[in-house]
Every structure is written in C-alpha cells, then in structure tokens.
Design a protein around this ligand. Structure first.
Ligand code: GLA
Length: 377
C-alpha cells in the first residue's frame, strides 16, 4: 500500500473510532457500576433497539444498564396475537440480546387486561369462556411462554395492573371468566413452568395508601396459599409532585415487611404540565392536545432541566436509602425521543421524562442520579 493511501486511511480510522467511542454516551460514568452496591439498573427496550445492536440506543443500554425488560414483545397481544398463533421471533431476539450481553432479563407481562386480544376470552360463538375453559387457556399461555424462556428470563411480571386505585380488583375479563383467584392461578402456572424464575406482581400508583394496602393484602394472600412471590413492581410513572416521599417510603417499608423485594419497573418522570388531575398510568385514558399542554416543543429550558434533575435526585435518594428492599430500577425507555409519554395521555407532545435526551446525551438528571449513587455508598 502506498504511503499516500496511508495518509488517508489512518485519519479515517481515527475518525471512525472516535465516532464510536467519543459519542456523548461514552463519556459519562457508568450507571450499572455506580449502582452495583445498591440495585440493578436497566431499561425497557423496544424491538428496534434489539434489531439495531450497533445503534446509539443499544450503545446506551449496553454501557449503562445490566438489566433489560421487554417493552412490548412479550405482551399477550404481541406474542400470542390470536388463539392459534404465537409469534416468538421478537421475544426470542430480545432474550438472545440480553443473553449475549450477560444482562438480567425481565419478562413483561403474562397477564394484563390491556394489550390482550378480547378474543382470548370468548369461544367460537363469541360467548365468554367458562372458568375452566379460561383457566386452561391461561395455563397454556403461561406454560408456553415461560417454558420457552425457562432458565433465561430471571423474573416475570406475572400479573400487571389487576387492582383499581381504590384497592378492589378491576372488573376485567380475567375476573369475569376465571374469578378473583386468576392472580393466584397465574402465579401457580408460572412457577410450574419455571420453578427457578422470580415472580412479581406489577402495578402503578402503589404508593397511594388504598392501593398499597390492597397490594399488601394480595401478596399476603399469595403467600398464605403457599405460592412463590418474589416481589412487587411499582411501575414508577412518576410526576413532579407524586409520589410524595412519605407515601413512597411507606410503600417500600410495607412491601419490605412482607419479606419480598420491590422492583421499580417502569420509571420515568413527567415534567410536562399535568393534562388532568389523574396520576396513574392507565393507557386507555386520553386527553386532547392543547398548546399549553406542550410548552417545550423545541427543547427543555435549562431551568426546567434543573427542576427535573432535582426531582430525579429526590426519588433516587429514597430508592438508594431503601436499597435493602429495592432490588432493581428499570427506566421505561432509553431516550426522550421514543418515550411513550410523547403520546400519552396527550398525543403529539414533546416529552422529557428520561435520563438521555434526543441527541443521546446524558441530561442533568443523569448527573443528579449519579450523585445519589455516590452519596449512598
Ligand atoms: C403500562 C404497562 C407497560 C406500558 C406502559 C406504557 O405501564 O405496564 O407495559 O404499556 O403502560 O408504555
């Protein structure tokens, strides 16, 4: 090769190397190292992230996180879209990605009232299935899905969002077909399918006293039946003024007293003006877009970045303080650009709920979170 070609090729290699290693996401301290004395830290990832392993979203995930949750590909509607059909490829890809990178893999979710085809609950004539027929379907679904990833998925969100904010069970098709013990049955079937997998109940707004008391009762009931239950997932779709420190600490303490873990399973912090006074994460709830609900379409001002950073610091400080109970914190998404909060509860807003911005750069909230890990050592 001529000396002249070298003069072109070498700088090109240096530039290419720098494009990979000098990208903003490669400069910050590594979250999973900082949090290793406290808890696992991870993200929910979409199929796009898995498919694009050399991409910048994957780079953030692989650098900072030691656990991944399936954002959508393991939900009933995705993996089991009609009664006769399973679609495993995306979930297989997700699990293989986690395994390739030695990450703790979390399955989300086996039983939910949303993102489950209503056809799953009816017979060929459209009539609601009997308890026995629906129990057989539930068992078949859980055995198939959990069985397929046995020994690979560390823990399952067995049941998602079964409780109302007031405490009693939602009147879902699960309750209407099987009855109130559908939760216990789901835990039983999941344990049979993979006796080593951890099993969790997952929900939002569990910090609210009525819902907290209900989930405590639910775990006690599962324990009284001799079922395996390893933890309670509090989703963590949080805002600037909820949960209160008092309610969050009361929830952590109450779950800790049951001898099970707390997982923060879907954390994001919403700094946009509240569209309503509802504080939950029911995906069916919707509000029309109005200009005042989308105040930062071109970027979050520095002052608001600081407000968000302070709120993240406040929440993470509580989680670090209770790290004997908190086993994992998973962010719901990788960067602000793909967060579900750009479209919920109002479609078309520009949202800023995560630690990395639309340019893949760590936000001031990232640094604030880093500081809580250091302060908690
Ligand atoms: C709930 C579900 C998640 C996800 C979010 C919104 O919290 O548990 O799977 O659908 O809503 O993205």
């Amino acid at each position: 090769m001529s000396a002249r070609r070298h003069t072109y090729i070498l700088p090109a290699i240096v530039i290419a190397f720098c494009a990979i290693t000098c990208a903003p996401e490669h400069k910050e301290p590594v979250l999973k190292d900082l949090f290793s004395p406290h808890f696992l830290i991870g993200a929910a990832i979409a199929d796009d992230v898995v498919m694009n392993e050399q991409g910048r979203d994957a780079a953030i995930v692989l650098r900072h996180y030691n656990t991944v949750t399936a954002e959508n590909v393991m939900k009933w509607a995705s993996i089991h879209p009609s009664w006769e059909t399973y679609v495993f490829e995306p979930a297989d890809r997700f699990v293989a990605f986690g395994q390739r990178h030695n990450m703790v893999i979390i399955g989300h979710t086996l039983v939910w009232h949303n993102q489950t085809d209503n056809a799953a609950f009816v017979d060929a004539q459209g009539k609601l299935l009997s308890r026995d027929a629906m129990l057989a379907r539930l068992k078949e679904h859980i055995t198939t899905v959990v069985g397929r990833y046995k020994g690979k998925v560390k823990g399952w969100d067995v049941v998602n969002e079964a409780l109302t904010d007031e405490g009693p069970l939602r009147a879902s098709l699960w309750v209407q077909t099987i009855g109130e013990d559908f939760i216990a049955k789901a835990f039983e079937f999941a344990h049979e399918a993979d006796p080593d997998a951890e099993l969790y109940y997952n929900d939002f707004s569990l910090d609210k006293p009525a819902k907290r008391d209900a989930v405590v009762q639910l775990v006690k009931d599962l324990q009284a039946r001799g079922l395996r239950v390893d933890g309670v997932g509090i989703q963590g779709h949080w805002g600037m003024d909820y949960p209160t420190t008092e309610n969050l600490e009361a929830f952590l303490t109450a779950i800790g007293a049951l001898g099970v873990k707390v997982l923060v399973t879907e954390m994001d912090v919403d700094i946009l003006p509240p569209a309503w006074d509802y504080q939950g994460a029911d995906i069916n709830a919707r509000v029309e877009l109005r200009e005042e609900l989308n105040p930062y379409p071109d970027g979050l001002p520095d002052t608001m970045q600081t407000v968000l950073a302070n709120r993240y610091a406040e929440l993470f400080s509580i989680l670090v303080k209770h790290s004997r109970i908190v086993d994992r914190v998973t962010l719901w998404g990788v960067t602000d650009s793909t967060s579900w909060l750009n479209d919920w509860p109002v479609r078309g807003r520009t949202s800023y709920p995560l630690l990395f911005d639309r340019e893949y750069k760590a936000k001031p909230a990232f640094q604030a979170v880093v500081n809580t890990a250091r302060a908690g050592r």
